[in-house]
Design a protein around this ligand. Structure first.
Ligand code: CO8
Length: 258
């Protein structure tokens, strides 16, 4: 596998773990981190042996935002011509299901990166926020859009305009995270969830992900039509036959992932 300087990549059966490992700046997301995370995630996505990807940070920080020191001297033309941070869109385009396992700070770009993942698991130590306004800027990796879709206008405005943070409990109540896990168990639990997802039919899991994500892009009528087309399509898979046969034979299914 490729060698990375700011992340670690491990395989565990059909699931994979990407750990942000840039502790000096609390995993601040600079251009190198972006490049490495996107490269690693796309490589795992291309590998049909990968059924789920977990993205995590350290106990102290998932990521404390985009790298402020790297951004500080940039001008508009630098940002515009390099299309600063646009490569993160490629992480969001990964078709394999992704899980963010968040402990500690998930601020600014860190919160935005966690929100790009399909399942967001929070340690009880997790802290979320879009504090960019305190730096004289606004969210730039999708925060104003994904946070608003996830938790609604009231809290999204509150967080983006005051820069205040919210703890794991508030994040769960608001619907940003699906589960809160004691910090000591976060990674074990995240890997268990990943293994559960990775044991499903890979194409069917991709279709489920695609169908849910469509809800954010389209009308209800079109979304339901999209879902129905995919639903019909799963009947072309060996895994549909296996799943339904295993049920009637009262045994666990063994998916071949196609
Ligand atoms: N960027 C660069 N360095 C950082 C960042 C960051 N986002 N966050 C922390 N660090 C560094 C600190 O500077 C410090 O370095 P040093 O030891 O060299 O001084 C080290 O990490 C440890 O941090 P602290 O000493 O501050 O640790 P504390 O535990 O006291 O505080 C906090 C932790 C509360 C997380 C604090 O570090 C903090 O407030 N960090 C900044 C959080 C923030 O504002 N994040 C938003 C960044 S802006 C952003 O994400 C915008 C994205 C949009 C860009 C769009 C472009 C198109």
């Amino acid at each position: 596998t490729a060698s990375y300087e700011t992340i670690r990549v491990e395989r565990k059966g059909r699931s994979a773990l990407i750990t942000l490992d840039h502790p000096k700046a609390l995993n601040a997301l600079n251009l190198q981190v972006m490049d490495e995370v996107v490269t690693a995630a796309e490589a795992l996505d291309r590998d049909q042996g990968t059924g789920c990807i977990v993205l995590t940070g350290s106990d102290r920080a998932f990521a404390a935002g985009a790298d402020i020191k790297e951004m500080r001297p940039q001008g508009y033309m630098d940002m515009y011509l390099s299309d600063w941070f646009s490569a993160w869109d490629r992480f969001a385009q990964v078709r394999t299901p992704t899980i963010a396992a968040v402990a500690g700070h998930a601020l600014g770009g860190g919160c935005e990166l966690a929100m790009m993942c399909d399942i967001l698991l929070a340690a009880d130590t997790a802290v979320f926020g879009q504090p960019e306004i305190r730096l004289g800027v606004i969210p730039g990796i999708g925060g104003s859009q994904r946070l608003t879709r996830a938790i609604g206008k009231a809290k999204a405005m509150d967080l983006c305009l005051t820069g205040r943070t919210m703890d794991a409990d508030e994040a769960e109540r608001a619907g940003l995270v699906s589960r809160i896990i004691p910090a000591a168990d976060l990674l074990t639990e995240a890997v268990t969830v990943a293994e559960t997802v990775a044991a499903m039919s890979a194409p069917v899991a991709m279709m489920a992900k695609e169908a849910v994500n469509r809800a954010f892009e389209t009308t209800l009528t079109e979304g339901i039509r999209f879902e129905r087309r995919l639903f019909h399509a799963v009947f072309a898979t060996a895994d549909q036959k296996e799943g339904m046969t295993a049920f009637t034979e009262k045994r666990p299914p063994v998916f071949t992932h196609r």
